[in-house]
Ligand binder design. Structure first.
Ligand SMILES: NC(=O)C1=CN([C@@H]2O[C@H](COP(=O)(O)OP(=O)(O)OC[C@H]3O[C@@H](n4cnc5c(N)ncnc54)[C@H](OP(=O)(O)O)[C@@H]3O)[C@@H](O)[C@H]2O)[C@@H](O)CC1
Ligand SMILES: Nc1ncnc2c1ncn2[C@@H]1O[C@H](COP(=O)(O)OP(=O)(O)OP(=O)(O)O)[C@@H](O)[C@H]1O
Ligand SMILES: [Mg+2]
Length: 329
């Protein structure tokens, strides 16, 4: 492309983004398509010149006696989206179970150990993003360890995605994440209400999801918030984006875990791509839009094949084809 055309394309892109990210106007399908084009920009090319690990080493913090599926879904989704290595930091008894689901995951049975924070900390320099919460449970010993892991990750500037019981912890201790600009919170309906009750002084009009999400993000010091639901609404306290990409009507458990694992990879890619590729827009918002669109596309494709019997495992089988369809055609 000639230099002039690059410049024009960049200008058009910036205009599109201003519209797509505008606070009050609902955006058109064309705007959304153009914003998805920016998501495509952050995807690293597949070449023979890279070494293992370069396209993403993602850590999942979660997995306990009750929940082994959630961290598995998040970790395998990260790999299927394109990460090279996926680590799970879970309790001792959850580890053999999670390992047995897949030989592709690296599983550390450390989360209930007295040395949990140090054990995870040794891996932090090698991780590009940490997803905290899927299948974590609410045991106080584990939550105390996760507090330390969050502090250590922030000190190392590691991007953090917080979901599920990680959000339970944040609702008790919002200061843990307040103002950390490399954090993304992914609450479902119930988790969003809990967080809002914990950190917002005044009531927000519950029907205005865009404003409610923007306010929560602002109250948390502009961390990026992704409220999952019939439409996914995401904000960094300034800009608001919505994803209404066609998904499925199945609400089986685990779809949020798929989203959080995918988001871990996309956040790494978006931050790594740099402002030229993201055109000055928020890398975390672009990553969030990409992960929401992808999860919904997986749901849509899986539902077409399996209908009412669709489960998250069927959706994970669609990650490759859905990714190609959304981002590589
Ligand atoms: N296979 C596995 O291992 C899986 C394990 N998982 C793991 O389970 C753990 C707990 O996570 P969670 O989301 O179930 O717990 P929590 O925050 O108590 O929410 C439940 C409460 O919120 C409500 N509620 C929820 N959504 C709502 C909505 N859209 N709209 C309205 N209400 C809604 C709901 O209300 P109810 O319908 O019961 O009245 C209920 O009270 C966590 O570690 C997670 O990772 C899951 O990832 C799944 C797969
Ligand atoms: N009513 C809905 N219609 C369409 N898609 C939805 C709806 N609710 C949620 N989703 C989609 O499902 C995905 C997961 O959101 P959900 O609210 O189920 O998360 P969750 O409750 O955290 O899931 P999990 O069971 O993994 O904990 C998101 O991509 C979201 O867009
Ligand atoms: Mg969840």
């Amino acid at each position: 492309m000639a230099v002039g055309s690059v410049w024009v394309a960049a200008r058009v892109c910036r205009r599109v983004l201003r519209r797509a990210f505008s606070l009050h106007k609902p955006h058109s399908i064309t705007d959304m398509e153009n914003t998805l084009q920016l998501v495509r920009n952050i995807i690293p090319p597949l070449t023979t010149k890279k070494h293992k690990g370069q396209d993403g080493r993602i850590g999942i913090v979660g997995g306990c006696q009750e929940y082994t599926g959630a961290p598995y879904f998040a970790a395998i989704s990260a790999l299927k989206v394109g990460a090279d290595l996926s680590h799970v930091f879970c309790t001792r008894e959850a580890a053999p179970v999670i390992k047995s689901y897949s030989p592709e995951l690296i599983v550390h049975p450390v989360l209930d150990s007295p040395s949990a924070v140090r054990d995870v900390e040794t891996w932090l320099p090698r991780l590009h993003a940490l997803v905290v919460g899927p299948g974590l449970g609410r045991d106080n010993v584990l939550l105390e360890n996760v507090k330390g892991i969050l502090e250590a990750s922030k000190a190392r500037d590691v991007p953090i995605i917080i979901d599920a019981d990680g959000l339970w912890l944040i609702a008790q201790h919002p200061a843990l994440i307040h103002g950390y600009r490399k954090a993304v919170l992914t609450p479902n309906h119930g988790e969003f209400t809990r967080l809002s009750d914990a950190v917002l002084r005044d009531l927000v009009d519950g029907s205005d999801h865009r404003e409610a999400v923007r306010r929560l993000s602002q109250a948390l010091g502009n961390v990026t918030v992704v409220r999952k639901g019939e439409r996914d609404v995401m904000s960094d306290g300034e800009h608001v984006l919505e994803c209404a990409h066609e998904g499925s009507s199945r609400r089986c458990g685990g779809q949020g875990d798929l989203l959080s694992g995918a988001l871990g990879v996309l956040v790494h890619w978006a931050l790594h791509a740099g402002p030229e590729k993201t055109n000055g827009s928020s890398p975390l918002l672009l990553a969030a839009l990409g992960a929401c669109s992808l999860t919904r596309q997986c749901g849509h494709q899986a539902f077409q094949k399996h209908g009412r019997s669709t489960t998250t495992t069927d959706m994970i089988a669609e990650v490759g084809p859905a990714f190609r369809r959304l981002f590589e055609t």
